[in-house]
Design a protein around this ligand. Structure first.
Ligand SMILES: Nc1nc2c(c(=O)[nH]1)N(C=O)[C@@H](CNc1ccc(C(=O)N[C@@H](CCC(=O)O)C(=O)O)cc1)CN2
Ligand SMILES: Nc1nc2c(ncn2[C@@H]2O[C@H](COP(=O)(O)OP(=O)(O)OP(=O)(O)O)[C@@H](O)[C@H]2O)c(=O)[nH]1
Ligand SMILES: [Mg+2]
Length: 451
C-alpha cells in the first residue's frame, strides 16, 4: 500500500470554507487523534473540533470514506474547515505531524487510477474539467466523465485484441490440432481498425473542444495581422506600425468567440529577407502554420496580390487537414479593391471574408469561425480529448495495420501476434493500465494540488 497523503483541496486564499483531504492507511489514526472520534461510519458527515494534541485548531465538519469506496480507492478523510490561508494550513500541518506527507499535484487522482477506480482518460477528463475555459470545453470533459461509452468501446477493443492474440498463441502451441482461418482473422482485425478509425476521426474535434482551435494569423508584412489580433482581443496587445516587418516574434493569446476557444498566434509577415532576426521570426511562422488547426490568411485589400502572397498561399496549399479562411483586410480604405483578391482564390475550397481590422469591423470573420467550429466541438458522444490519447491510439492503429499487412502477405501468425500485442500495449498506455512512472508523473504534474 501507499503512504498517507494530505492536501488542501480548495484554492489558497480567503474563502468561506476550506477543504483538506487525506488518503491512505493512517486515516483512522488521524481521526482518533485530531477529531477525537473512535467510532464513526463511512460517508457520514460529523461535526466537531479538530485538535493538534490538546490545542483546538478549528471547528469543522468531516467525512470518512472507507476503502475501497472512495475517490482514491483508499481510506479517505475530508475535513471542511473555515477558509483562509492560516486555518487550512494549520490543519495540513497537524495532519503532517501525524505521519502524512503533502500530496503532489494530482496525486489523489493518480492513486484513483493506480487503484483501478478510474482510467487515465477519466482522470484527464477531471483535470480538463477543472481547467475548462469555455462551455464547449466543459461539456466535452463532462461527457467523458458521465458517459462510459468511450471507455466501454476501448475495453471492447482491448478484449478483441486479447482474444486474437490468445487464439494465435493456442495455434502456435498446438500446431497439429488448431488452425486459424486467416480470412476470419483478417476480418476481425479490420473490424477493430474500423472502430479505431472512428474514434480517431472524432478525436480531432474533442481535442479542439478542450484545448482550443490553434489559429495562426499569417500574411505578408503590413497586411494587418497584428491589427487583427488586437481587434479580436479587444486590446492593444501587439505593436502595429506602417513599417513592414514590425512583428518579429510570434505572439500567443487565448480568445473566446461565443464559447469557441481560440489559441491565437500572430506571426511575423513572411517575405524574402536577409535580416537575421526577421528570418528566425519567419521560421517560427512556418512552424506555427504547421501546428495550427486554422489558418487566417490575411491579404492587404489595398495592394495587388503579389509574389509574396503567392509564396504564402502555395505554402498553405501544401498543408493538409487545416481549415483556411482568406481574410481580405482594409475594407475601410479608399484604395481597397475586391479585385486585389485574385479570382483563383475564389475558385478554391477556402472561405473568404472581408474585414477592416483597423475599424474593428471583424464580425464576418468571427461568424465564419463560429460557423466552421460550432458543429465540430458541440460534442454529443464522449471522444478522446488530448494529443497524448490520440497518439497512443494512432500507434495502436499502426501496429494493427502492420498485422493486417502481414496477414495479407501470408506471413506466419507469430509475426501477426507480435504486432497485435504491440497494438494492445498502446491501448493499455491509453487507459493507464500499462504505465511508466515517467508517463504518470508527466500527466499528473499538470493537475492541481489536492486533486
Ligand atoms: N467532498 C468532495 N467533493 C467532491 C469530490 C471529492 O472527492 N470530495 N470530488 C472529487 O473529485 C468530485 C466528486 N467525485 C467523487 C468521485 C467518487 C467519490 C467516491 O467516494 N466514490 C466511491 C463511492 C461511490 C458511492 O458511494 O456510490 C466509489 O467510487 O467507490 C466521491 C467523489 C467533486 N466533489
Ligand atoms: N486602412 C486600414 N489600415 C490598416 C488596417 N489594418 C491594418 N492597417 C494598417 O496597416 C499597417 C500594418 O499593420 P500591422 O497590423 O502592423 O500589419 P502586420 O501584418 O502585423 O505587419 P508585420 O508585423 O510587419 O508583418 C498599419 O499602418 C495599420 O494601421 C485596416 O483594416 N485598414
Ligand atoms: Mg505584425
Amino acid at each position: 500500500m501507499y503512504d498517507t497523503i494530505v492536501a488542501i483541496s480548495t484554492p489558497i486564499g480567503m474563502g468561506a470554507i476550506g477543504a483538506v483531504r487525506v488518503s491512505g492507511g493512517d486515516v483512522d489514526k488521524i481521526i482518533r487523534n485530531c477529531l477525537k472520534k473512535h467510532k464513526y461510519e463511512s460517508k457520514k458527515m460529523y461535526y466537531g473540533w479538530m485538535y493538534d494534541e490538546d490545542s483546538p485548531v478549528d471547528e469543522v465538519t468531516w467525512v470518512y470514506h472507507s476503502k475501497p469506496n472512495s475517490y482514491t480507492g483508499e481510506d479517505m478523510l475530508e475535513i471542511f474547515c473555515h477558509g483562509g490561508k492560516l486555518v487550512t494550513y494549520n490543519i495540513l500541518k497537524t495532519i503532517i505531524k501525524l505521519g502524512a506527507r503533502q500530496a503532489l499535484p494530482g496525486e489523489f487522482s493518480k492513486r484513483a487510477v493506480l487503484n483501478g477506480k478510474i482510467d487515465l482518460i477519466k482522470a484527464e477528463a477531471i483535470n480538463s474539467l477543472i481547467k475548462a475555459e469555455t462551455p464547449f470545453s466543459l461539456d466535452a470533459s463532462l461527457k467523458l466523465l458521465k458517459k462510459n461509452r468511450l471507455s466501454e468501446t476501448i475495453q471492447e477493443l482491448k478484449h478483441e485484441m486479447i482474444n486474437i492474440a490468445a487464439e494465435i498463441e493456442v495455434e502456435l502451441d498446438y500446431p497439429d490440432e488448431v488452425e486459424i482461418d486467416s480470412l476470419n482473422l483478417k476480418e476481425k482485425i479490420s473490424d477493430i481498425l474500423k472502430t479505431v478509425d472512428k474514434i480517431l476521426k472524432e478525436a480531432d474535434n474533442g481535442i479542439i473542444a478542450v484545448e482550443g482551435v490553434k489559429t495562426a494569423i499569417v500574411g505578408k508584412p503590413n497586411s494587418g495581422k497584428s491589427t487583427l489580433l488586437n481587434a479580436l482581443l479587444k486590446k492593444d496587445r501587439a505593436i502595429v506600425t506602417e513599417i513592414p516587418g514590425t512583428t518579429r516574434d510570434t505572439i500567443e493569446e487565448s480568445l473566446n468567440i461565443n464559447g469557441i476557444l481560440l489559441k491565437l498566434i500572430d506571426t511575423a509577415g513572411i517575405r524574402p529577407t536577409e535580416d537575421k532576426i526577421e528570418k528566425i521570426g519567419i521560421e517560427k511562422t512556418l512552424n506555427a502554420m504547421e501546428e495550427s488547426n486554422l489558418i487566417l490568411f490575411i491579404l492587404d485589400g489595398t495592394t495587388p496580390y503579389d509574389y509574396e502572397d503567392e509564396m504564402i498561399f502555395s505554402r498553405i496549399k501544401e498543408l493538409n487537414n487545416k481549415s483556411v479562411i482568406i481574410v481580405l483586410n482594409k475594407s475601410d480604405s479608399e484604395h481597397f479593391k475586391l479585385s486585389n483578391c485574385p479570382t483563383k482564390l475564389f475558385d478554391q475550397k477556402f472561405d473568404i471574408v472581408t474585414i477592416s481590422a483597423k475599424n474593428k469591423e471583424i464580425k464576418s470573420l468571427e461568424d465564419k469561425i463560429y460557423e466552421i467550429y460550432f458543429e465540430k466541438i458541440n460534442i454529443e458522444e464522449p471522444t478522446l480529448t488530448n494529443m497524448r490519447q490520440k497518439n497512443s491510439l494512432e500507434s495502436s492503429r499502426k501496429y494493427l495495420l502492420n498485422a493486417l499487412n502481414s496477414l495479407n502477405m501470408g506471413f506466419s501468425n507469430d509475426v501477426v501476434m507480435i504486432d497485435v500485442r504491440k497494438a494492445l500495449e498502446k491501448i493499455y498506455e491509453l487507459t493507464g493500465e500499462n504505465y511508466t512512472e515517467e508517463l504518470l508523473n508527466t500527466i499528473f504534474s499538470n493537475f492541481c494540488v489536492g486533486k
